[in-house]
Design a protein around this ligand. Structure first.
Ligand SMILES: NC(=O)C1=CN([C@@H]2O[C@H](COP(=O)(O)OP(=O)(O)OC[C@H]3O[C@@H](n4cnc5c(N)ncnc54)[C@H](O)[C@@H]3O)[C@@H](O)[C@H]2O)[C@@H](O)CC1
Ligand SMILES: Nc1ncnc2c1ncn2[C@@H]1O[C@H](COP(=O)(O)OP(=O)(O)OP(=O)(O)O)[C@@H](O)[C@H]1O
Ligand SMILES: [Mg+2]
Length: 351
């Protein structure tokens, strides 16, 4: 009886797998944007490092997420754990004191620094010294990081955002790449100088964040007809930062070119998927920077990182959806990151 039910379950799995394969094919042929569709699978393969026994801890990437406050503890966790699941060696989170024990309790894999402060816990006369202390704490680590992710679950407290502005200025001074998402985009939209002209910045706006950026920078409404031209102008106007506009197709531009990633994807729009993307882009951006000198033709590593992060998260979302359907949640997508990467780029067999 037991053997019979195991056989039935295996058969069901096989059928689901075959249907899934077929759907993957459908997704990859039906929805591509002609002309600007990125060769995303090959981009991902070309920048993903091989695994071998000569490498030591840290070489595959050290990522830091600046985010996590009283309201939001899920977002920084999703971003930081995604970086690890893709292949980074170390993932840090710099968050408020309230958020830290919660984030630590989700995972022992993350290194959590409870250093940020919100206005409610700081007296006016202490603000200057506390912000200097926050900056000093992050700076102790700054040189070690290969990429920062600024914004997942950061909140919008004015004192906290002032401290984060200082952190961003120092990251920029140290040439540390930054992926900016969520409340980080709220900060940057109100203070464009933080990223303007910094080629190592990647902004990852969703539909509302993109609208706010367009209104602020281009002083007009989002062009629903020719999205690519407008994205190109936006990235150019912000001084050549890379912008990954999330949507039915992801569009990525550094002001010089626009690429789209349309294949894969899932119809579930549960919260947190953008956080997964931010952690993923951070890792791929670092990997792209390491490989870029060997690649022909030479490409902008922030574009390559955006394209690779986009396709991987879309594939993981599709895989999770095939299994969980309407109940698909962000945690399910994170569980599919490793398998999706292995499907596209099997360990040590991709070059
Ligand atoms: N589990 C978690 O802790 C999560 C926290 N998140 C964090 O939550 C913070 C806020 O990000 P959100 O994306 O939720 O931002 P918002 O609070 O701006 O948007 C929340 C939702 O409100 C609606 N909305 C926003 N602007 C609108 C407009 N102009 N017109 C109509 N509807 C509008 C949209 O449905 C939007 O998805 C960020 O720090 C983000 O990282 C999210 O990443 C989701 C998951
Ligand atoms: N209509 C869509 N069809 C397919 N995939 C989509 C669609 N919209 C967004 N995505 C994908 O979902 C992921 C997250 O994008 P989304 O716009 O949901 O981010 P977000 O709103 O910032 O999420 P979060 O809840 O984490 O803040 C991206 O990888 C993007 O490619
Ligand atoms: Mg978001």
């Amino acid at each position: 009886m037991l053997g019979y039910s195991i056989a039935i379950r295996r058969l069901q799995c096989l059928v689901r797998f075959l249907v899934g394969q077929n759907k993957n094919r459908l997704h990859s042929t039906m929805t591509t944007v002609p002309g600007i569709e990125a060769d995303a699978l090959n981009v991902l393969r070309s920048i993903t490092p091989t695994l071998d026994l000569t490498r030591h801890k840290g070489q595959a990437g050290k990522i830091a997420v600046i985010g996590g406050c009283r309201e939001y503890t899920g977002a920084p966790y999703f971003s930081a754990i995604s970086a690890l699941k893709i292949g980074a060696d170390l993932s840090h989170v710099f968050c408020t004191k309230d958020a830290a024990p919660v984030i630590k309790s989700y995972s022992p894999e993350l290194i959590v620094h409870p250093i940020l402060e919100e206005s409610y816990s700081v007296r006016d006369e202490d603000k200057r010294s506390i912000s200097a202390k926050v900056l000093a704490e992050v700076n102790k680590w700054m040189e070690r990081f290969d990429c920062l992710v600024v914004g997942p679950g950061l909140g919008r407290d004015p004192f906290l955002l002032d401290c984060v502005s200082d952190i961003m200025k120092h990251a920029r001074h140290s040439n540390v790449p930054m992926v900016i998402d969520g409340d980080g985009l709220f900060l940057v939209t109100n203070c464009l100088d933080l990223v303007s002209g910094y080629p190592l910045a990647v902004l990852t706006p969703n539909v509302y964040e993109y609208r706010r950026l367009v209104e602020k920078v281009l002083n007009c409404e989002v062009d629903s007809q020719d999205g690519t031209e407008q994205l190109l102008s936006l990235a150019k106007r912000v001084g050549g930062v890379t912008i990954l506009r999330k949507g039915k197709s992801d569009l990525i531009s550094d002001g010089e070119s626009v690429k789209s990633v349309s294949i894969y994807g899932s119809p579930r729009r549960c919260g947190g998927q953008g956080d997964v993307l931010s952690g993923s882009v951070a890792v791929f951006l670092y990997w792209a920077r390491q490989r870029v000198a060997e690649l022909e033709p030479r490409s902008n590593p922030t574009m390559l990182g955006g394209i690779a992060g986009s396709i991987l998260v879309r594939k993981a979302a599709l895989l999770a959806f095939e299994n969980k359907r309407r109940s698909t949640l962000t945690g399910d997508i994170i569980e599919c990151l490793g398998m999706s990467l292995e499907d596209i780029c099997p360990v040590n067999r991709h070059r």
